[in-house]
Design a protein around this ligand. Sequence first.
Ligand code: TP9
Ligand code: MG
Length: 573
Amino acid sequence: MSRVSTGPSSKPTAAHALLARLRDHGVEKVFGVVGREAASILFDEVEGIDFVLTRHEFTAGVAADVLARITGRPQACWATLGPGMTNLSTGIATSVLDRSPVIALAAQSESHDIFPNDTHQCLDSVSIIAPMSKYAVELERPHEITDLVDSAVTAAMTEPVGPSFISLPVDLLGSSEGIDAEAERPPARTPGKPIGAVQDGWEQAADEAAELLKTARHPVLVVGAAAIRSGAVPAVRALAERLNVPVITTYIAKGVLPHGHELNYGAVTGYMDGILDFPALETLFGPADLILTVGYDYAEDLRPSMWQKGAQKKTVRVSPTANPIPRVYRPTVDVVTDVLAFVEHLDAATVSLEAKERHDIEPLRARVAEFLADPTAYEDGMRVHQVIDSMNTVMEEVAESGEGTIVSDIGFFRHYGVLFARADQPFGFLTSAGCSSFGYGIPAAMGAQLARPGQPTFLIAGDGGFHSNSADLETIARLNLPIVTVVVNNDTNGLIELYQNLGHRRSHDPAVKFTGVDFVALAEANGVEATKAADRQELLAALRKGAELGRPFLIEVPINYDFQPGGFGALSI
Ligand code: TP9
Ligand code: MG
C-alpha cells in the first residue's frame, strides 16, 4: 500500500493522485506539452516519474509508444486541451494501430464550462479519441482518478494492446476534494504481460495444428509482435531450431531470431520483389505447404496475399484475440490463446517429430548479398541499400552482443530497412507498420534510446518525413540522447513519386518535389553536431564518429532511387 505524499503545506490534489497512480503502474515518463493547466499541475508533485517536454504532441505520443513497447509497461503522454489534444491524436493513432499500451492524457476546460465547439479551445475530446482508443473517459469527480487510471491501464494492457485516454478538466485536476493524503491506495496489480483472450477448447485446436505440422513437408513460422509481447521468443526459437522450421516476421517482429541465424528467412514487405528485382515472395513462400502465423495481427501489414504463392497451403492462426478479418484470412485452424502457451503446447505435442527439410532460399540470399555489396559510386547520390548496408556494418561493430536499435521513419527507404536492417534482438528494428505516419523517426529513436540507455540507436529518415517533425531535434539535443540520425535526402516525397509512376504516364513530378533543406545547418541550429556524407567511405567514417560521440549526431546523405518502369507492377499491397 502506498500514500499520496506532498510537502507539509500543500494539500494533495487529483494531479498528485494521478501521477502517483501512474507511477504505481510502472510509468516512468510523461512526454508532452503543457498548456494553461500548468496552474493545476507542475509534474514535480511525485518522485519517480519524469516529465519530458517535447516540441510537438505527436512526438510525445510516439515516444511513449516506443518506451512502452520496449519496457512492456504502460507509459504516458500529455497534451493541453483543444489543439494540443488534436496534435496528440496522431500519436494516439500510432499506438492503436501499432499496438502499444500508452496512457494518453489531455487537459479539458473547467468542468462547468465544457461546451464543445463553443468554449475557447474546447473540443469534445472523448468523442474524438474514443474510436481510436481502448478506453476514453473524462474525469468527473477528483477522487475517482485512481480508479480511472486503473481502468485505463487494464484496457491498455489487454490484447490487442493499445492506448487509453483520460480527459482532465483543469479545475478538477487542481482540486483536493475527496483526495486524502493519508488514505492507502490499493495495490496497482499492473498486468505483467498483456491480458489476452483464451478460447474454450484451444488445446484441441492446438492439437489439430500439431497434426498439420506433423504431415507438412515445408512448414514456415510467420511471427508477429504479439509473440514478443507474450514472452514467447525463446520458445519460438527453440521450436524452430528443433524442427528446422524457417521463421519469417512482420516489419516490427524482426529480431525474433538474430540477423545471421540460418533459420531467419527475414521480414517481408509487398515492395520486396520490386526492390530486389527478384521473385522474393515466391522464393520465400512458394514451396511452403503450411503457414503457422504465430501472434498474427493484420495491422502489422503482412497480408495473406503475400504468402499465397506456389503450393497449396494450410494455415494456422494463433493469436490472443479473436479473428477480426475472416474476409481476408480464414485459417484452416484458428487458435485463440496466449502465444507462449500455444508454442509450449505445440512443442510438447511434437516431441517425437523428426526435423523438417527446409526449403532452399539460397538464390534469394545471394541476390540480397550482391545487392547490398553494390560497389557503384553513383554520381547522383548514394542508393538506400548502400546506406543501410553501411549502417549495418557500423551497428555490428558497436553493438555489444547485438544490443542496439535501428529505427526507421516512413518513406520508400523504410521498405529497404524492413528487408535489410540488422535486428539481433526483439524490437531491435522499429518502424510504424500500422499507422505509418511520417515524422515517426525522431520520437521513436527518443523512446528507444531512453528504454535502452547504453545501447546504440541509429535512425534512418527521409527528407520529407524528417522535416515534417524536425523541431524535436532540439529535444534530443536537450536530453543529450546519443542518437545517430541519417537523413537520406532526395528533396522529394519519394515513395509518393513511386506511386505517381505506378498510376500515371507523366513527364513531370507534381506535388512531391521540395526546393531543398540544408539538414546539416538545421541540425546545428538545434544544437546537434552534423556532417554530410556522399559515398560509402564518408558514411562509414561519419557513422563511426557518431557512434563514439556520446551525443546526438546527424549525417545528411544525398540519395536517389532507380524507379525501373514496370519494376513495381506487382506490388503486393
Ligand atoms: N502524411 C503523414 C502524416 N504520413 C504519411 N505517411 C503521409 C502523409 C504519406 N506519405 S511516405 C511519404 C508520404 C508523404 C513521403 C516520404 O518522403 P521522404 O522524403 O521522407 O522519404 P523518401 O525516401 O520516400 O523520399
Ligand atoms: Mg525523400
